[in-house]
Design a protein around this ligand. Structure first.
Ligand code: S3P
Length: 429
């Protein structure tokens, strides 16, 4: 699908963004491993989360929906999954794969998991290594680094894992495997990554403690089915936050967005850059903090984004790079080498695509240097099959002069099937 974007005069109005992708995945996983019924509201009907639902159906879990965002899961209990007859298909989803690998590592049966072309190039040794130390057996290309991967799970022993990368997928894979081991499993990260797994484990009744950058889970917990509402995804809200920030005279409200401090770096950075961001109606959905976000544009100025801030906005860097292109001065992103192993190499993709809009960009090994402030010119962009690249380029198109075309934009459905409708609703031409 080709998406054509015309510049808009301003953005005005109010929308609710779809459910959080990370939290939706975890809700299915813990609902499946708990005893009793779990009802999830505002579940993200994106392709990634549906891949997780299908994996659990293959593992014998009874799941109804999602219908209008409601998913009902009849939990199988910690020992109730059954050997899948077919290969598990994670589609484009790194979260499905890496977290499922943690769960499959604890099962007394064989399974095979694979994904699409992009996913089958992404590194998996970062989870198969610690899971092998716990006792699982893997078979896959490049020393168990690439999908498809065969897993022979079984009796696991707890470990204290020191992760070289701040990655919630690595942390979660080991913690989920730790549920099946007797004793305490811990993960220590260089800086804190998103903590949705820890919060949801507690919500379902597991014992999880956090001390600095170390998280510890007690094995063999009694997980009880629960009801929960998934907050709006701040990573989806991010596209409209930046759009409102870069288009003069805009003001929009995004309702019910998750503002977990391990995810909300974009709020802080946009404020630093000169946007007006206000949070109202702060509340909790289960263990997760939520607010309505009001954002208005202004003259943006450049900033530097590095270190512990990076994991707090890792998925928002494509759209923050668009904000940087529109901001006066040079914005630098560093310590973001992880972007090279996302759904696409986002550093290379951003450098190439922003240059097409006329922005001067320098590619760094672990980031980008963006010389912003010149008017963007509409162009034809590639998405690289990467949902967040497609939507970030659409936002750039809103602020550009002339028309922008995004090729292969259908991938937006991975995380935000209704993106174009939401954009049309907010656009004033
Ligand atoms: C995610 C963690 C992040 C993020 C991804 C979702 C998660 O990946 O980029 O979109 O749900 O745990 P890493 O753990 O690889 O940093």
């Amino acid at each position: 699908m080709r998406l054509t974007i015309k510049p808009v005069r301003q953005l005005k109005g109010q929308i609710t963004v779809p459910g959080d992708k990370s939290i939706s995945h975890r809700a299915v996983m813990l609902g499946a491993l708990a005893r009793g019924t779990t009802v999830v509201e505002n579940f993200l009907m994106g392709e990634d989360c549906l891949a997780t639902v299908n994996c659990f159906k293959e593992l014998g879990v009874h799941i109804e929906g999602p219908v209008d965002g409601r998913l009902t899961i009849q939990g199988a209990g910690l020992d109730g999954l059954r050997e899948p007859a077919r290969v598990l298909d994670a589609g484009n989803s790194g979260t499905t794969t890496r977290l499922m690998l943690g769960i499959l590592a604890g099962q007394p049966f064989c399974s095979v998991i694979t994904g699409d072309e992009s996913l089958n190039k992404r590194p998996m040794a970062r989870v198969t290594k610690p899971l092998s130390q716990m006792g699982a057996v893997f078979l896959g290309r490049q020393d168990n680094n690439l999908l498809p991967l065969a897993v022979r799970g079984g009796k696991l022993k707890p470990i204290d894992f020191i992760s070289p990368v701040a990655s919630a997928q690595i942390k979660s894979a080991v913690l989920l495997a730790g549920l099946f081991a007797h004793g305490q499993t811990s993960v220590t990260e260089p800086t804190v990554s998103r903590d949705h797994t820890e919060r949801m484990l507690r919500y379902f009744g597991a014992e999880v403690t956090t001390s600095g950058t170390t998280v510890t889970v007690q094995g063999r917990p009694r997980l009880e089915g629960n009801r929960l509402r998934v907050p709006g995804d701040i990573s989806s809200a991010a596209f409209f936050m930046v759009a409102a920030a870069i288009i003069p005279d805009s003001q929009i409200t995004l309702e019910g967005v998750g503002i977990n401090p391990t995810r909300s770096g974009i709020i802080e950075v946009l404020q630093q850059m000169g946007a007006q961001v206000r949070l109202i109606n702060q509340r909790q959905y289960g263990q997760e903090p939520v607010a309505d976000i009001i954002i208005a544009g202004g003259e943006l100025r450049s900033t530097e984004i590095a270190g512990a801030m990076i994991p707090k906005l890792i998925d928002e860097i494509p759209v923050l790079a668009v904000a940087a292109a529109c901001a006066k001065g040079t914005t630098v992103f560093r310590d973001a080498g992880e972007l090279r192993v996302k759904e696409s190499d986002r550093i290379a993709a951003l450098a190439t695509e922003l240059a097409k809009f006329g922005t001067a960009v320098e590619e760094l090994p672990d980031g980008l240097m963006i010389h912003g402030g010149t008017t963007l010119t509409g162009t034809t962009c590639r998405s690289y099959g990467d949902h967040r690249m497609a939507m970030a380029m659409a936002v750039a198109g809103l602020a550009a002069q002339g028309q922008t075309v995004i090729e292969d934009a259908g991938c937006m459905a991975v995380s935000y099937p209704g993106f174009v409708d939401a954009l049309n609703k907010l656009s004033v031409e």
